[in-house]
Design a protein. Structure first.
Lengths: 640, 102, 191
């Protein structure tokens, strides 16, 4: 069993290093093929491990080697495969395999083909380290690794100014959050004396609630950066500058879920501080509605899907905050499938429409792109939470949890957001695939994606449909480590009213979206219509002006401050002192160079000076010898 | 002050030595530099003779005698070299003789 | 008392003469001052009872060495004023004062010596010259001979360094060759 752990962990690394050999050469097909095969082998190993854990096998725990053993601090490179991590492993490797196969086709005409696979596999490796590590330090290594690979991949087309800016924004925002995470880690170590999960969590119940609150808050700040919660959310929408497979892998299924994974993994801690959990849940609900509202009017296809991800992350945090960790993880899994599918489908559309992103300029694409149409529609249905697709089981569970714990405000917000989710998802689908063929105005000839790409996307489609049926198996497996809280609505009637009501509400939103956008009267908005100039529209379209606020009030003053520091302090003080020392040395050399000038007169003067020096030494020593007794008396009087 | 002792002669010798040093440091004309060297030698001779007188030992005078002999031969050879230099370079200015630079 | 007067008089004279020799800008004055200084130093030797040394000082220094310098001065045409520029006068003044002070301090310190026995004691009765002769030709014979050889070498080197047309020897040439030699010289002079 350890063998499968090593394969799952290191196959992506091997793939990344192999592709890295070819980064400077033009596209070679076999790098993509080999990379995909290695990731698929990691997926197969993960599945074997999953089966092993499901059938009651014991947890696989290995310690590769010691990283640090200094004083009281002991940190090994240890990896554990337990129920939670095997779920994550399966999700990560599955989505990565699909994305790798897809990218072979998507990045077909790109010059950086080999480099892309190197970065992508490196990301998978970092994510595997993150989910498989058995201590906080290994988690942090993976944390930073995925941040780095995300930066590399968002800024993949580094010649584009906007791409590099977005990559920097993502990395810097993550880094700010990582400071909080580090403080949390320090608090954990300081108070429990270890960073291993099992030992730290065993020691926590005996700690003071204040300390635990701070720990939880700081660790959550780290999760906020990674999972793009408010106010560190602006990077996720801008991260769409990267290639679409990157968005599918990183910003739908894996990296952004690392925050949720952290909260789920640290569930013993968050169980002890339910007030922090409530705050997490409230923030999650706020983000859910906030993101959904911005997606309502957006005109960038990938951004709509990105806001949708943000919104669903909010759902996951609501579940985790309210203590329903297994539901959060379940939603994470289901969401990964249909969101990745949505992104990949959007990638197909982008390629077909020559990188056009405005859905208003598309339309009626269901005829030339039949399969993409089917996949995206089914994925949207799953996202909206219609029975019997995967989304229903996970999202409805979250709504039940909120209701059963009597957090009715949270419930109302989540219900309203579900309606918004359905609306904007189907707005997108309707604009792209239905109605009149507006793309003909722009002279574009779309065609379907390669067959193998569609075949590669199919596992996601199947899972998006049937994943709900795994709920009970999953529940039994994962509650070995997670609290097995089941949430029962007291009365059966209320339960059925809730469920049917939710479905009706969602269905009505879908129909309304279709009515508004799937007709032949849609034109490309050009900024003159009444709706576009209304206050609400402007607020939503400009993302509540938050990026503008950040730019004006945070970035610009900081840049001024940095310039001051550079010019006044670094140049004038630090550089001047270093140059000054060099200047002194140089000047001394210049002066003493005169000793060797070859001028006899100078040499004679130096000779006299030397003689005087020696003579004065003789005088001093003579006096000391002559009056040594008196000198000793004086020195002893001074106390030396 | 009336009684002249060894110290007086030694002080005189030291002062003359210092004057010789001034000359050595100051002169840029080589011939005049040699003149200053003669002053140095003479001051030392006074010291030798004085010590010899006040300790009743003839060694000092002998030494002074040999110093005179050496000084004479030194002058001869030095002037010969100076003549050769002057034939080659046309001047005997110390500032212009810097072939040993570096 | 006379000794004191003589000492201070000659000391003053010597110091002033040597000072002139060192600081004047005219070479002729420097030479003359040096010669005068040498004479006054021989006076010291006579005061100290070293008659032979005083006489030797006059003959050798004031006579031979000063003559050599005079010839050298004529050769180099240093009667003109010598332009001397000093980069930094203060260095010289400072150094010289310091050196004077140090040497005086060292020499004028009370000599702490209790057991100095004379190696070659002065014999009362005989004159200084005889004593010098006795010591010089018995104990210091080898240094004396070596000094003689050294003087010989110096003399030869002086001739070699300063001589012209050293490869021709007038005494070894026959009469006809000497005539030829003279004619060439005259031609050069006339032309």
């Amino acid at each position: 069993m350890e063998l499968y752990l090593y394969i799952a962990l290191f196959a992506p690394l091997v793939s990344s290093l192999f592709a890295a050999l070819f980064t400077a050469t033009p596209k070679k097909m076999f790098t993509g093929v080999v990379a995909s095969l290695l990731i698929i082998s990691a997926f197969v190993s993960s599945t074997i491990l999953l089966v092993h854990i499901l059938t009651g096998g014991e947890i696989v725990h290995v310690e590769l080697m010691t990283w640090m053993a200094t004083g009281g601090l002991y940190i090994p490179f240890g990896f554990v495969v337990d129920q939670v991590s095997v779920t994550m492993m399966m999700v990560v490797t599955l989505v990565s395999s699909v994305v790798h196969v897809y990218s072979v086709g998507y990045m077909d005409h790109d010059k950086g083909f080999n480099r892309f696979f190197s970065y992508l596999s490196a990301f998978v490796f970092s994510m595997m380290v993150l989910v498989m590590s058995d201590n906080f330090a290994g988690l942090f290594i993976g944390w930073e690794g995925v941040g780095l690979c995300s930066w590399l991949l968002i800024g993949f087309w580094y010649h584009k100014e906007s791409a590099t800016w977005a990559a920097n924004e993502a990395f810097i925002m993550n880094r700010i959050a990582d400071l909080g995470m580090l403080i949390g880690l320090f608090l954990v170590y300081w108070n429990t004396g270890t960073l291993q999960y099992d030992e730290a969590f065993a020691a926590m119940p005996s700690l003071d609630t204040d300390i635990l609150t701070w720990m939880g808050i700081f660790l959550f700040i780290g999760a906020m950066g990674k999972s793009a919660q408010f106010p560190l959310h602006t990077w996720l929408a801008d991260a769409m500058e990267g290639p679409t497979p990157v968005s599918a892998l990183i910003h739908a299924a894996t990296m952004v879920t690392a925050g949720v994974y952290l909260v789920v993994r640290a569930n013993p801690l968050f169980d002890l501080i339910p007030h922090v959990g409530l705050f997490i849940a409230s923030l999650g609900a706020f983000v859910a509605m906030f993101a959904a509202s911005m997606a309502l009017v957006n005109r960038d296809m990938k951004r709509i899907i990105a806001y949708s991800t943000l919104s669903q992350l909010g759902y996951m945090f609501v579940a985790a905050g309210l203590g329903a960790y297994w539901i959060a993880l379940f939603h994470l899994m289901a969401h990964a499938f249909f969101k990745a599918l949505l992104f990949l489908g959007a990638g197909n559309v982008m390629h077909a429409m020559h990188d056009e992103l405005d859905p208003f300029k598309m339309g009626g694409l269901k005829k030339p792109m039949k399969w993409t149409f089917i996949m995206m529609t089914l994925a949207s249905v799953a996202l909206a939470g219609i029975y019997p697709f995967a989304g229903f089981f996970s999202k409805d569970l979250i709504l039940e949890v909120a209701f059963a714990q009597h957090h009715f405000i949270l419930y109302a917000v989540l219900l309203f957001t579900a309606g918004l989710t359905a609306f904007y998802s189907f707005r997108l689908v309707a604009l792209i695939f239905h109605g009149e063929e507006r793309y003909k105005l722009f002279g574009i000839h779309p065609h379907e994606a390669y067959k193998f790409m569609l075949i590669g996307m199919s596992p996601l489609l199947i899972l998006a449909i049937i994943a709900g049926s795994f709920k009970m198996t999953y529940f039994e497996m994962v509650t070995a480590v997670l609290p097995d809280t089941e949430y029962h609505i007291h009365s059966h009637l209320v339960f059925w009213i809730m469920t049917i009501g939710t479905q009706l509400f969602v269905g009505l939103s879908i129909l309304y979206a279709y009515k508004k956008y799937a007709n032949n009267k849609i034109t490309v908005p050009d900024g003159t219509s009444k709706m576009e100039n209304s206050f609400a529209y402007k607020m939503l379209f400009n993302q509540y002006y938050i990026p503008y606020i950040y730019e004006e009030y945070l970035v610009k003053p900081y840049r001024e401050l940095s310039t001051v520091f550079w010019e006044q302090i670094d140049l004038k003080i630090v550089d001047a002192s270093v140059d000054g020392i060099a200047g002194i040395v140089y000047g001394t050399g210049e002066k003493t160079r005169d000793m060797q000038s070859g001028n006899l007169s100078t040499m004679l003067k130096w000779m006299v000076a030397g003689t005087i020096g020696l003579l004065s030494l003789a005088v001093v020593f003579g006096l000391a010898a002559r009056y040594s007794d008196e000198i000793k008396a004086i020195l002893s009087g001074l106390g030396v | 002050m009336m009684e002249i002792g060894l110290n007086h002669y030694l002080a005189l010798s030291a002062i003359l030595f210092a004057i010789g040093l001034v000359g050595v440091m100051r002169r840029k004309n080589l011939l005049l530099l040699f003149l200053a060297t003669e002053i140095l030698l003479n001051s030392v001779n006074i010291a030798f003779a004085a010590i010899s007188h006040y300790y009743g030992d003839l060694t000092g005078q002998m030494f002074a005698f040999f110093v005179i002999a050496i000084a004479a031969s030194e002058v001869a050879v030095g002037l010969g070299l100076l003549i050769v230099w002057h034939k080659r370079h046309g001047n005997i200015d110390l500032d212009k003789m810097s072939t040993m630079k570096g | 008392m006379f000794e004191a007067i003589a000492f201070y008089l000659f000391a003053f004279l010597t110091i002033s003469m040597f000072y002139i020799a060192v600081t004047t800008s005219q070479a002729l004055y420097a030479l003359s001052a040096l010669a005068a200084g040498m004479m006054f130093i021989s006076a010291f030797f006579f005061i100290l009872g070293a008659d032979f040394l005083g006489a030797v000082q006059i003959i050798v220094y004031s006579g031979a060495v000063m003559a050599l310098y005079a010839f050298g001065m004529m050769f180099f045409d240093t009667t003109r004023e010598v332009k001397e520029k000093q980069s930094n006068k203060m260095i010289i003044v400072g150094l010289s004062l310091l050196s004077a002070f140090l040497v005086v301090v060292i020499f004028a310190a009370p000599l702490v010596s209790s057991n100095i026995t004379a190696l070659y004691p002065i014999v009362e009765g005989a004159g200084n010259t005889q004593e010098v002769g006795m010591v010089l030709f018995t104990k210091y014979l080898v240094p004396f001979e070596v000094a003689a050889i050294m003087l010989l070498v110096a003399m030869i080197s002086g001739i070699v360094l300063a001589g012209k047309k050293m490869d021709l020897s007038l005494t070894l040439m026959s009469d006809a060759q000497v005539e030829e030699f003279r004619d060439e010289q005259n031609k050069k002079v006339l032309l």
